[in-house]
Design a protein around this ligand. Sequence first.
Ligand code: ATP
Ligand code: MG
Length: 463
Amino acid sequence: MRLSRYFLPVLKENPADAQIASHRLMLRAGMIRQASAGIYSWLPLGFKVLRKIENIVHEEQIRAGHIPMLMPTLQSAELWRESGRYDDYGEEMLRVTDRHGREMLYGPTNEELITDIFRAHVTSYRELPLTLYHIQWKFRDEIRPRFGVMRGREFLMKDGYNFDIDRDAAIHAYNRHMVSYLRTYERMGLRAIPMRADSGPIGGDDTHEFLVLADTGESEVFYDSAILDLSMDGRRVDYENHAEIAGIVREWTTPYARTDETHDPALFGKIPETRRRTSPAIEVGQIFYFGTKYSEPMGALVVNERGERVPVHMGSHGIGVSRLVGAIIEASHDDRGIIWPEGVTPFHVGIVNLRQGDGSCDAACERLHAALCEAGLEPLYDDREERAGAKFATMDLIGLPWRITVGPRGLQKGMVELTCRRSGESEEMKPEEAVERVKDIYAPHREAGLIEPMAGRSFHTWL
Ligand code: ATP
Ligand code: MG
C-alpha cells in the first residue's frame, strides 16, 4: 500500500477529551472516529486491526471445534420475557418499537436467541455436544461510555454458547473455551490472566474473566506472580482429550488470581509475600457455565440416553473483540505511539523513502515494496513528499513493528536500514537482506495461519 493513496487521517494535536493512551493514540493514528457517544466509525487502519483480531478469534474457535454462525443485532422482546431478563436487564438495554408497535431490542448478548434456535432444531443427546458462536455488534447503553473503544456503547463481541447433555460434558466445554482463549490472547501478543470472577446478570456458578494488567484498567485484581511464568507457547492441544484440557485449566487456575468481587484476603495472605500482587486490569473476555438457567424456562429439552427429556446444560463465552484493540495498545505503546505485536499489526513493515523524487531512492523503494508483496506480506510505503522527521513520526505513531528506511547516502553503498519499533535498534543491510529478515520475522505467524494478505482474498477465508 502506498501511503499517498491510503486514507490515514492522523491528528497532529492530542485530542482533548481522550483520557487514556489507547483512546488518544487510536484517534491520533486515524484508526477511529467518534460517531456519537460510545459509538465509533472504524477508519481503514483501525478496521484492519479489528479484522486481524477477529480472524485470530475465528481460527482458534474453529480449531477448538466450535461452529461459526451469525445472529442479528435486533431481537424480539418476547424471547427476553421468556427468560425473565427483559425487565431485569435495566437501562443498559436499548429498547425500540417497530412501526407495528412490536417491542424490539438491540442485543446486549444472545443467550435467548441461541436457545430459541437450539430448541427449534435439536431434540436428542445424539446431536450433542454442540458449540455455536458468532462475532457480532452488541449494544449496551453504558451510563458512562469512555476510554474510546474500551467501554463503548456499540462494540464487537465474540459470543459462543455450548450445549451439552450434562454437567460433566458442559465443564469440558468450559475448559475447552478457557484453553482456546489462552491461545487466542497469546497469538495477539497479550498476556491475559484467567481469574475467578463474579457471574453478574448472566447468572451461574462457574466463571472466569480474562484480564490484561494495565494501569488504566477498570477492574482491580489480586494474583500470585507465579501465574506470570505460565505460557501456552505454541503448545499443540487435543481438544477432544478431556484429561489434557482439564490439566491445562488446572495449571492456569491453581495460582491465586481473582478480581475484587471474589477476592479472599485470607487465601491471598497464604501466598509468600514477595509473590503477592495487586493491579488494575482490563477485562478482555469471560467464560460461564450456567447449567439449565435458560434451557429450563425456555424449554430447551433433549432426550437423554435413558429416553428422558431433560433441559440441556449450557454455558456462554465472550471475547471483547473491539475492546481488545484498545487493550493491546494499553499494553504496548510508548510516548511516540503504538507498538503493534506482529500478530495483529495492520501492516507488516513500513518503507520510508527519505528523498521522494530521487530516481534511485524511488526505484529502490518500489523494488522493496514489490518484493515484500510478492512474499505475501503487506508493506506500507510512505511515498509522500514530506520531511524525513514527519515520516518517522507517522511510522512511530501508527506503530508498525518494523521499518525499512531508504536514503541516498545508504544507497550509494547499496544499503538500507531495518529498524525495530520496540527496541529502536537499527541495522544496515542490503535491500534483499532486509526483505529476507522481514520474511523470517513473520514466518512463525505464517505457520500459525496468521498471515492473511487482504489483497485479492475475501476476509472470510477461514470459513
Ligand atoms: P464490563 O464488566 O467491562 O462491563 P461485562 O462483564 O459486562 O464487561 P461481558 O458480558 O462479560 O461484559 O462481555 C464479554 C466481553 O465483552 C467482556 O469481557 C469485554 O471484553 C467486552 N465488553 C463488555 N462490555 C463492553 C463495552 N461496553 N465496550 C467494549 N467491550 C465490552
Ligand atoms: Mg464480563
